[in-house]
Design a protein around this ligand. Sequence first.
Ligand SMILES: Cc1cc2nc3c(=O)[nH]c(=O)nc-3n(C[C@H](O)[C@H](O)[C@H](O)COP(=O)(O)O)c2cc1C
Length: 205
Amino acid sequence: MKIEDSTNLLLAQRINKKQNLAGVLVIFGSPHSGGNCARLLDPVLAVFGAENCNIFSPFQAAPRFCDDCGWCKAHTECKHRDLDEFYAALEVCRVLVMVCPVYNAGFPAPVKAALDRLQRYYSARFFQNIRPPVKTVKLALTLFAAGQNGEKAAEYMNAALGKIYTVLNCRPASSVTASNTDKFGVSNEEVEKVRQECLKIKSVM
Ligand SMILES: Cc1cc2nc3c(=O)[nH]c(=O)nc-3n(C[C@H](O)[C@H](O)[C@H](O)COP(=O)(O)O)c2cc1C
């Protein structure tokens, strides 16, 4: 599925003439370093260069969940400090790649926890009126692996990400869903599709 492909890529091209590529942040939302998500990640690392990619693993980091404590409504930070490095990488990256499996038609729990913890940027925008709460414009690529048909779940997950990404100054560029991985794994065609989408994004960075 492509999301407003040409519009966002063209916009990024214009913006990027003024800004340098500061890197790619990957949210790697699988517990398996050699599983289906890892296979979807391979072309990302190949196209952008592994040395340009920061990888954040919610399964390893086990982020504390957002408890709506209200701190970020009055402070430009989260009260919980376990994600400080992630926030720093997120704020400067130019490309944000989310790669995760579908769990019960949604995000795996540690990924959802990390996404909820981005509420601090929503609060910065809507309670503290900071515009934009994240300065660096970014393009987003989302990659999902689903054991069965993942298209419906991917649609829902992309809709949820779309709302979060708005306050992150992050524009959806493209999304690829590898379906039926429990039977067939990730196909060569799906890997090639990811590679092509990465090349398109790289061409405007
Ligand atoms: C807890 C759990 C829930 C899952 N729920 C779904 C689901 O709702 N729909 C689906 O298509 N696959 C589901 N799957 C299958 C995974 O999405 C699939 O195996 C995926 O390829 C795993 O990626 P990985 O190899 O990177 O871990 C689920 C797997 C687990 C462990």
